[in-house]
Write a protein that binds this ligand. Structure first.
Ligand code: 5GP
Ligand code: MN
Length: 336
């Protein structure tokens, strides 16, 4: 393991750097990556953001987005960049399986691997770790890394601030989840002072739906929502055919699970969706209920206590049945 002085020394000369983040990047994954990117290029580094997969259109406006390389669309070029890199920043994930096929390349690369993350139970693949599970977002950690560890707060310009604001905004549920501390609000104030236009960022991320997306949401809520009051649990399960019916694009299902959780008294919400090759679960919970435990134990996944995900190779119906059959075991926690 390196210490900050050694990493700081490495960064004092221009380096070839790759920044990567988890597959299907969300606002924090991409915001923290592009925030760091916009900082590193100011310091003269040759930096590239490589995402394992594509990401939703509502994130495509961030400064530096046009420079992002999507791994699945440029495999050879990406592999070369990874092999040539002197430093690889791994942001918003802590297990190489979260970056799909890229994991193998990053694992065998000769670069120094830097993990900046806030997920539980990191795997040992890194050489420097800036990790805090209490951080509301990786973007908050990137801000602290730049401003406090590297003493470069003056390099947090409008572009850096805009990306980091986006990451914190999306991962904190627009500053309303329990991890939104006063320190987070202080960081946000700094980012606005540095040029982030807060109202505009909210507008770009949250008011950018297509008509199809809204109609799909309406369909989920009116036709697919199942509420199990006995277990204070709500489930929305959709088939691949239903996704196709609404021309669902990457990101269109994002956030639907929160509507199920918004029912008064509901403690656990599940959005279960049949993708082309597997069934994906998104769980959200309120309070102490450990959504990540269910994902980890039964669905080959994990995450945070109140927001977790997993997957299964079973059919959609089988996964829904399995999920429902787990609920009696958690009844006491769900009906506290
Ligand atoms: P989402 O429901 O938005 O896909 O994921 C919510 C959270 O659960 C993410 O922030 C991520 O931390 C976690 N998560 C989602 N899918 C997986 C998975 O397959 N494995 C692990 N370890 N965590 C996941
Ligand atoms: Mn995050």
């Amino acid at each position: 393991m390196l210490d900050i002085a050694q990493l700081s020394a490495l960064l004092s000369q221009p380096k070839k750097i790759v920044i990567t983040t988890h597959h299907k990047p969300d606002g924090d994954a991409l915001g923290s990556s592009l925030g760091l990117y916009n900082y590193l290029v100011q310091r003269g580094h040759h930096a590239k953001v490589i995402t394992p997969t594509d990401y939703p259109a509502f994130l495509e406006w961030m400064p530096g987005n046009e420079e992002v390389i999507i791994y699945t669309q440029h495999v050879e070029q990406s592999n070369q960049l990874i092999a040539d890199a002197e430093i690889i920043f791994c942001l918003d994930f802590n297990a190489l399986s979260r970056i799909n096929e890229m994991g193998e390349e990053v694992g065998k690369a000769s670069a120094v691997r830097v993990m900046i993350d806030h997920h539980l139970e990191p795997q040992d693949f890194d050489d420097y770790r800036y990790w805090n599970i209490n951080a509301c977002a990786t973007a908050q950690l990137v801000y602290d890394f730049i401003a406090k560890e590297l003493n470069d707060k003056d390099l947090v310009n409008k572009d850096v601030a805009t990306c980091l604001y986006t990451g914190i905004m999306t991962d904190s549920g627009s500053f309303r989840l329990p991890n939104t501390t006063s320190a987070v609000h202080r960081t946000i104030a700094d980012l606005i002072d540095a040029g982030a236009v807060n109202w505009r960022i909210h507008e770009l991320v949250y008011n950018s739906a297509t008509e199809n997306r809204l109609r799909f949401l309406g369909y989920c809520l009116s036709q697919k929502l199942e509420v199990l009051y006995e277990y204070n649990t709500a489930i929305i399960a959709v088939t691949n055919a239903e996704l196709n019916q609404y021309d669902s694009a990457t990101g269109d299902t994002e956030g639907i699970v929160n509507y199920a959780l918004s029912i008064s008294g509901i403690k656990l919400a599940a959005f279960i969706v049949e993708r082309k090759d597997k069934v994906k679960l998104s769980l959200r919970s309120k309070g102490e209920f450990p959504a990540n435990e269910i994902c980890k134990k039964y669905f080959n996944g994990g995450g945070h206590r109140n927001a977790a995900g997993g997957q299964s190779d079973d059919t959609l119906d089988a996964v829904v049945t399995q999920f429902k059959q787990l609920l009696p075991d958690y009844k006491s926690l769900l009906t506290l």
